[in-house]
Write a protein that binds this ligand. Sequence first.
Ligand code: NDP
Length: 463
Amino acid sequence: MNRDSLYIGGRWVAPSSTETIAVENPATEEILGHVPAGTAEDVDRAVAAAHAAFDGWAATPMAERGAHLGKLHEALAARTADIARTIGLELGTPLKIAKAVQAGLPLTVLRGYADLAARPAEETIGNSLVVREPVGVVGAITPWNYPLHQVVAKVAAALAAGCTVVLKPSELTPLVAYLLVDAADEAGLPAGVLNLVPGTGPVVGAAIAGHARVDMVSFTGSTATGRAVSHAAADRIARVALELGGKSANVILEDADVTKAVKVGVANAFLNSGQTCAAWTRMLVHRRHYETAVELAASAAAGYRTGDPFDEGTRLGPLVSAAQRDRVRGFIERADARLVVGGAPVPEKGYFVAPTVFADVDPDSELAQEEIFGPVLSVIPFDDDDHAVRIANNSRYGLAGGVWGEPGRALAVARRLRTGSVDVNGGAFNPLAPFGGYKQSGIGRELGVHGLIEFQQTKAIQQ
Ligand code: NDP
């Protein structure tokens, strides 16, 4: 592996510019290393390599594509400890969570796509043979909060579908992407099928989004950048898949197990220091249990230890960068609600934010409407199920959510939420289920069969 190179056409190659990007450890503020700052010219080279590889990869029998992904999975699994450590360093995820979630989840997803790659891609409808074919060259632009999962959710699905890929990981967390590409190289993935161009969003990201020969852009990140990517792709009518922000509600109904709902809800909101698009950042509680829930949430949050991600007892690492910490502190300082725990700045080195809970949050306020992306929970009371649904749906986002209560009643409320996924009474995350957003949370779905189909065109052949 060569972190001063790009990976294009199955080889580690020199970047066109000598400029580099420093990667920082957000827990210590020390520089971990450097990666090249790619250019539009590098993107051109990578897109050309992806194009050259496309016909061969698209024509590779599906079982063979699946076998390639199986080998990639094996090579990546052998790097599990390194993945967790790298993400612990560049993002600050506590090691235990980095192993279980940041490394474990993408491995599960990749294994799933190795199997799904061999799934039949045609059906007969009347006199038509309906076939699904790969879209073409995919540009994948990913963020820093789940830096391997977000890459694998795109790359594995696109490759399984028969597409080739040019990947630009976040400039804040590019190191783990090198581990993936290193694994792909070792696994013998055909040249040009997966290409890596690290760099900044305004340069490499924009060049991918606007490139005439990129057939589809798959983006995860903020709604503002997703909008820019969408505009850039619109000129040539390229397909876009967008996984954007969220402001999800955890609805605790009158007949819920309140203790469990609050405990799981706080854990969900604070996972990865709150830097999770699907985080349940609004806790809606029936008035009968409201003060109890506020107290439970405050004491749960107060028990979250922040600190060194490599210390066993740490539950919350730092935020990814000084800019992100300052952005989150801004929301806390502007908040107009009852502060029940946290709120104060953390004086130690590193970009830490104390776990913070606000109660009596106005559903229309900035706290309840904006994606904060830090360990900040808003608790909001409601009067009945209809009122809860109205507050939950009062958001320009619609990514995820939770509902707790008698199962039939909770399911009925879940059906009324305008979001791409809902967990009823703590239903477990399913890596084969479609994941994506309503409204400004995005377009399209990732994971499982739905995520694979996203990277395919449909053709009808009448005979
Ligand atoms: P961005 O949306 O800016 O970053 C996501 C990716 O897009 C990065 O790879 C970034 O590059 C790239 N990018 C930036 N500008 C462009 C562009 N013009 N064209 C193409 N690609 C571009 O997120 P931020 O890191 O700025 O985070 C800001 C906020 O966004 C967070 O606080 C959070 O609210 C939200 N967010 C949501 C995520 C989610 O999963 N829903 C993930 C990340 C952020 P670069 O490497 O230079 O950053």
